[in-house]
Write a protein that binds this ligand. Structure first.
Ligand SMILES: [Mg+2]
Length: 124
């Protein structure tokens, strides 16, 4: 059986590279979107096993994208990990209110992020 699919919605190429590298050593399959609208469209189309959602995104914020996904029965149950900015207090509460399953504050260690992913969606 092929690996679980993770959708990463992130506009920052540096962060994308880190997560690509991190997941390349696992059986997870990574798909990507670079803004909130594309993230929602990709989630509806691909129905990934888990979504990593940056909070600050062009076109549609990560919080609004999370709310849209939670409001649709097709995507309502998909675990969403919101990546918040450590500097902005209140982000974690907002992420929970929007329906995040978990959140990780930037800067995070790749190991920490992988652990959060594995807790929500076991690799196999
Ligand atoms: Mg961003």
């Amino acid at each position: 059986m092929s690996g679980k699919t993770i959708l990463y919605v992130e506009d920052n190429e540096f962060n994308l590279k880190i997560v690509r590298q991190l997941l390349s050593r696992t059986s997870y399959r990574l798909i990507e979107a670079v803004d909130g609208e594309q993230g929602v469209a990709t989630a509806f189309r691909e129905l990934p096993d888990l979504i990593l959602m940056d909070i600050q995104l062009p076109r549609l914020s990560g919080l609004d994208a999370t709310r849209k996904l939670r409001a649709d029965p097709k995507t309502a149950a998909i675990p969403i990990v919101v990546i918040t900015s450590f500097a902005l207090s209140g982000d974690s509460e907002k992420a929970k209110e929007a329906g995040a399953s978990a959140y990780v504050a930037k800067p995070y260690s790749p190991r920490e992020l992988l652990q959060v992913i594995r807790n929500l969606v076991p690799e196999n």
